[in-house]
Ligand binder design. Structure first.
Ligand code: FAD
Ligand code: FES
Ligand code: FES
Length: 1130
């Protein structure tokens, strides 16, 4: 008998193969993609298709073959060509998404050995990657295309594999036909029943059997693809699982059977469109348009069409079964259109969609009938009454959006409670539950001080946000722990007042200390002499890290002297060790943290993982057993929070020629309920506020708001993207007011002298920044394209284009000088092999590869003789976090420093000893082990006097992007981006370009599509990839050209290189400003001003409403305070 867990999912948990990854558990990321092969009796063939293992109940695979990534090749045996090519094209950074990508591509090749680029795009449409920016993945996979169509997506990039490719016809070694057909024929013989300890799954053999079962179990849901019910399957005692019923067939149109998948329907429709006269298939063409964007390929392979198209399950009675739907051919004078607008162009639920059919009287333009239906505006489709008023209202995305999101609402209020108000007794009585922990169980300190502010592990008396941890259940299995946690009872008393937004925090004057200020020049005097003064503000929403691997660890008590080992996904192992020590009340020397690699981190695995580790360690100590804790995606998003939302309010004084003489900016960030790293992040925003501009009188004030939200934390860029963005808004608005092109105003105000001082009096040379800027505009053909865009805009009423370029100066290293240090340990063994351990953590940024390169270069041994060990607090103690773009600098220098000394020792003592003869050195009693310590720069800022060398050095860059917007829907397309980046002398151009592209694409998310939505009660509603959209393949500009600045030097860092992890995120602000330009073009045409508010991210809804016109006038924004919004800008 399968256990309860095993009944509903998944290869992930059953076969104990670790290649298939958990990224979201809801079909929204593709990390768990596997290939299913099933015999198709009707056509006597074997179908191969991808599914999301996280939604695929194991029982439903009876009679099918499943191939996971382990089944196609591995480093232990031999890589499959698909795996090899993704590796060779550097298509993997953290690698967490890679198995899913590989399986999607593998399955495509199974079905179509010579795919087109369009096929590849479609196959990967349901796979997300948070690291790479997709370009290298596509580069690797497009080598499977015919050369003639291989370069459509990224035409500028060339094939990186070329002659070393394995040939496609070696791709498959195993033919599944015999096995699958045997299993399939056997499977078709009878009904199946799977009995779990709480759930019974029955698969009927035919329709009669299904109806009988339906009578017997009227409340049992009929499940086919399981993409709606998902893990909620467990809520039912009985489930009827339908695998075989009617499929597609064609008569006077297409009749779609109840188990026909969306993919099969799409194929049939495409065939009909190809083979029939266009006028008969107008309806199919419209449907296809929608089907292409509906979910990802895996979901389309699983979900069934009738249910999806009709959403009939919402109106069916429990004893009803949907058998099929008919989609008729269109008639000669009948026209059908479909529209959808989603948060992301593909792989996203539509916010609103519409189907329209108009029938004209033959040979005339007289309308005989008109039918319009809207989806997304209510629980079922809404038919538009054809009064002019109703038609006008339904045309507006805005009213639709507000209604649609009501499905999220989930009322929770804030709480005051005592630990005695927690009652875990019911949970403790449940099967498999081992124990419950709360503040009273912490042997050491539950509350610790962090820069004079308290941080609690478990809430002690007050819950200050929805998502704060108050207790933890330990159980034998994940599912048991999850269920039991829901049964812990907590009694709360409401605590007032509570508030969530920056605006409310300002009203309550609720701020964390310290409040920071930087200032140069004489503001008051400057404002007296300028031609113009402008006051405005910009709001920037936050961002979820959405690392593909959620936070997790295993804590193992060693049973000797209280020793404890943690295998933890942390960017800062030493801090985790410290917090665990404080929590348990034991010394750090008894706690060892091991970090092998992380499935992405982006700043999110510095602080929060330490708390999670401390909780898990407490559980391990209390139970005396190894305890694993892995956050589910929704919990991870709720608990760990992300990038700070910012509000920048500014007053700027400028002359009519665009010269900015004074800017006074106040930055507010929403810090949430505890300080975390918020004040450092605010400092970085202030330190970056000047960006590339020499504004003689500049003042920045930074206040971190204390609100009742989960605490915000570090995120790639660490305040830089917000600090820079506000300044670029200032430049943009001044240009608009002066009637000058923004790039001209940027140039007028740039730092130009060979020796310049930042607003905090740090000396630097802007030479390479100016070179990046000039080269970027040149390579982008900025001026010519600007003209072409103006022409395009003149000839297009509802589509507008915009182009924008920004320069960038970004500080590398920690402004808190003590963090600028690095350490490494190197052991050389008697056989000449070398072991390197360093304090950095590998999370996809390539730190290990660079450390290998540096070690190989110093020791003059092949990289194959060097092995990099896991990061371990026992090997390299007190290491700084891998952050601030400083990891490689610190680790690289440490490796270099120590190896230099080791090499010279060996040379002095052993005279030209070859490495292969280290045994000789050993016999001469030379130590073959040494540590290297890099004493980094003494950076620091004197905030009282607004001065200090905050950064080790600056990384420069420039970026130019072009977009096209649809003024009616607010949709936008990223057309082209050119980046020129100064990385000094790149240690590894492939890694550096990967970081630039990945950072840039993450920035696209930040500034255009990633929107965190909170209810007015402070509850995060966007808790997974279904609601929160990170960029997918479709969001990457088809032309993404990255150039590294030639002949750039950096004497400060290892081998003249430069840190690159954080800076590129900000470059995506060009997309935001290009959108602003396009909107301005639309507004100009309607006689409206160029100056208009646009918050970040520039979502479809915001773009649509900014393109004011007769339609938006029909739905004026209701007055603040007169209604309860469904979501608030925090
Ligand atoms: C990541 C993701 C993205 C998605 N994106 C989109 C999108 O962009 N647009 C969109 O429209 N949808 C989207 N969906 C929803 C998807 O279309 C639905 O989940 C799908 O239609 C359900 O089909 P299924 O076979 O999986 O149904 P199941 O989950 O198996 O069942 C769904 C419901 O229908 C009932 N049911 C199923 N078959 C029958 C039948 N024959 N007779 C009576 N009742 C029946 C079940 O009892 C259940 O209540 C997405 C889903 C996911 C997971
Ligand atoms: S884990 Fe299955 S799709 Fe995300
Ligand atoms: S490499 Fe794709 S998520 Fe990290």
């Amino acid at each position: 008998m399968l256990s309860q867990n095993h009944l509903h999912v998944s290869l992930l948990y059953i076969v104990l193969l670790t290649g298939t990854k958990y990224g979201c558990g809801g079909g929204g990321c593709g990390a768990c993609t596997v290939m299913v092969s099933r015999y198709d009796q009707l056509h006597n063939r074997v179908l191969h298709y991808t599914v999301n293992a996280c939604l695929q109940p194991i029982c439903t695979l009876h009679g099918s073959a499943v191939v996971t990534v382990e089944g196609i090749g591995s480093t232990k045996t031999k890589l499959h060509p698909v795996q090899e090519r993704i590796a060779k094209a550097h298509g993997s950074q953290c690698g967490f998404c890679t198995p899913g990508m590989v399986m999607s591509m593998y399955t495509l090749l199974r079905n179509k050995p010579h795919p087109t680029m369009e096929d590849i795009r479609e196959a990967l449409g349901g796979n997300l990657c948070r690291c790479t920016g997709y370009r290298p993945i596509i580069d690797g996979f497009k080598t499977f295309c015919d050369v003639s169509n291989a370069f459509n997506l990224f035409p500028q990039a060339s094939c990186l594999i070329q002659s070393t490719c394995l040939l496609t016809n070696h791709v498959f070694s195993f033919d599944y036909f015999d096995t699958c057909s045997r299993m399939g024929k056997k499977r078709a013989c009878g009904s199946l029943c799977f009995q779990g300890d709480r759930l019974k799954l029955i698969s009927p053999v035919d329709l009669t059997n299904l109806l009988e079962l339906k009578t017997e179990y009227p409340e049992a849901p009929v499940v086919v693809g399981n993409t709606t019910i998902g893990t909620n399957l467990l809520l039912y005692p009985y489930v009827l699982f339908v695998i075989y019923l009617l499929c597609v067939h064609v008569h006077a149109g297409v009749s779609v059977g109840a188990v026909c998948t969306l993919s099969s329907l799409k194929e049939e429709m495409e065939m009909a469109v190809r083979e029939m006269e266009a006028e008969r298939t107008r309806g199919y063409q419209a449907l296809l348009q929608t089907l292409r964007c509906l979910a990802g390929k895996q979901i389309r392979n699983m979900a069934v069409s009738p249910i999806t198209i009709t959403h009939r399950y919402r109106s069916l009675r429990p004893d009803e079964v949907l058998l099929s739907i008919d989609i008729p051919y269109s008639k000669p004078w009948e026209f059908v259109s479909a529209f959808r607008q989603a948060q992301r162009r593909e792989f996203a639920f539509s916010i609103v969609n519409a189907g329209m059919k108009v029938v004209f009287k033959e040979g005339s333009n007289i309308v005989e009938s008109l039918n319009i239906y809207y989806g997304g505006v209510g629980p079922t489709l809404v038919k538009v009454g054809l009064t002019p008023q109703a038609l006008r209202c339904s045309a507006l995305g805005r009213c639709a959006t507000q209604e649609a999101a009501c499905r999220f609402s989930d009322h929770v209020s804030l709480f005051h409670f005592k630990t005695s108000d927690i009652d875990p007794s019911e949970a403790l009585g449940m099967t498999g539950v081992v124990t419950f922990l709360s503040a009273g169980d912490v042997p050491g300190q539950n509350r610790r001080m962090w820069f004079n502010n308290p941080e609690e592990l478990f809430a002690e008396e007050e819950v200050t946000c929805v998502g704060q941890i108050i207790g933890a259940v330990v159980a034998e299995s994940r599912e048991q722990a999850r269920r039991a946690a829901q049964r812990v009872k907590v009694t709360y008393q409401d605590l007032l007042p509570v508030f969530f937004t920056i605006e409310e925090a300002i009203q309550h004057q609720s701020f964390f200390d310290p409040k920071r200020k930087l200032e140069r020049g004489d503001m008051d005097k400057a404002f007296e002499t300028v031609d113009q003064i402008l006051e405005d503000e910009i709001y920037l929403g936050g961002q979820e890290h959405f690392y593909m691997e959620t936070q997790g660890l295993i804590a193992v008590p060693k049973g000797e002297n209280g020793e404890l080992e943690l295998f933890v996904a942390s960017q800062h192992a030493a801090y985790t060790q410290e917090v665990v020590g404080i929590t348990l009340g034991i010394d750090s020397n008894k706690i060892t943290c091991h970090v092998r690699r992380l499935g992405g981190a982006f700043g999110g695995k510095v602080m929060k993982i330490a708390s999670l580790s401390a909780i898990t360690a407490t559980a391990a100590v209390k139970t005396g057993r190894a305890v694993r804790c892995v956050l589910e995606r929704g919990d991870d998003m709720l608990i760990t929070s992300g990038r700070h939302p910012f509000l920048g309010q500014y007053k700027v004084g400028y002359n009519n020629d665009g010269t900015i003489m004074a800017a006074d900016i106040t930055y507010y960030s929403n810090g949430g309920c505890t300080l975390d790293e918020s004040s450092f992040i605010m400092e970085k925003a202030l330190l970056h506020m000047d960006n590339a501009y020499r504004i003689p009188n500049l003042r920045g004030r930074g206040l971190v708001c204390k609100t009742y939200l989960p605490s915000y934390t570090a995120f790639r860029g660490f305040g830089g993207p917000q600090g820079l963005m506000v300044m670029e808004s200032v430049l943009h608005e001044v240009a608009v007011k002066c009637g000058l092109p923004p790039q001209k105003v940027r140039e007028i105000n740039m730092y130009r002298e060979e020796e310049c001082y930042t607003h905090h009096k740090q000396l630097f040379s802007p030479r390479d920044m100016l070179r990046c800027w000039d080269e970027c505009l040149d390579k982008a053909g900025y001026h010519d394209r600007l003209q072409a865009i103006q022409q395009f805009n003149t000839y297009n009423r509802w589509k507008k284009r915009g182009i924008s370029a920004v320069p960038m100066k970004f500080g590398v290293g920690f402004s808190k000088g003590f963090y600028n240090q690095g350490a490494a340990l190197v052991n050389i063994y008697k056989d000449g092999s070398v072991l390197v351990a360093h304090g950095g953590t590998e999370m996809g940024q390539g730190i290990n590869t660079k450390a290998l390169q540096i070690a190989g270069r110093i020791l003059k041994v092949p990289m194959s003789s060097i092995h990099i060990k896991e990061t371990c607090t026992g090997n390299v103690p007190n290491a700084a976090p891998s952050a601030a773009s400083f990891g490689t600098d610190a680790v690289g220098m440490a490796v270099k420093v120590f190896q230099r000394s080791l090499v010279s020792d060996l040379f002095v003592l052993s005279r030209q000893l070859p490495w292969t003869m280290t045994i000789g050195a050993y016999c001469q009693k030379v130590s073959l082990s040494a540590t290297g310590f890099f004493l980094g720069p003494h950076t620091g800022v004197d905030w009282e006097n607004s001065e200090g060398t905050a950064y080790y050095y600056f990384t420069f860059g420039a970026c130019c992007s072009e977009v096209e917007i649809d003024c009616l829907t607010g949709d936008h397309k990223n057309l082209r981006t050119d980046i020129v980046m100064d990385v000094g002398e790149s240690l590894n151009p492939a890694l550096d370009i990967g970081q630039i592209e990945g950072g840039f694409v993450q920035g696209i998310g930040l500034y255009t599509i990633e929107e965190l939505q909170f209810s007015p009660e402070g509850v995060l509603m966007t808790r997974g990839p279904s609601q929160y959209k990170i960029p997918a393949l479709c969001d990457v500009p088809p032309q993404l050209n990255v150039h590294l600045l030639a002949n750039a030097q950096n004497p400060h860092a290892i081998y003249n290189s430069k840190g690159i992890g954080e800076p590129p995120v900000f470059l995506a602000s060009t997309i935001f400003f290009a959108i602003k330009e396009a909107v301005a073009a639309a507004r100009r045409e309607r006689g409206l001003g160029d100056s208009f508010p646009l918050s970040s991210p520039a979502t479809a809804e915001r773009i649509r409403m900014a393109c004011e016109d007769q339609f938006t006038e029909m739905a004026p924004s209701p007055k603040k305070g007169t209604f309860k919004p469904w979501s608030i800008n925090i």
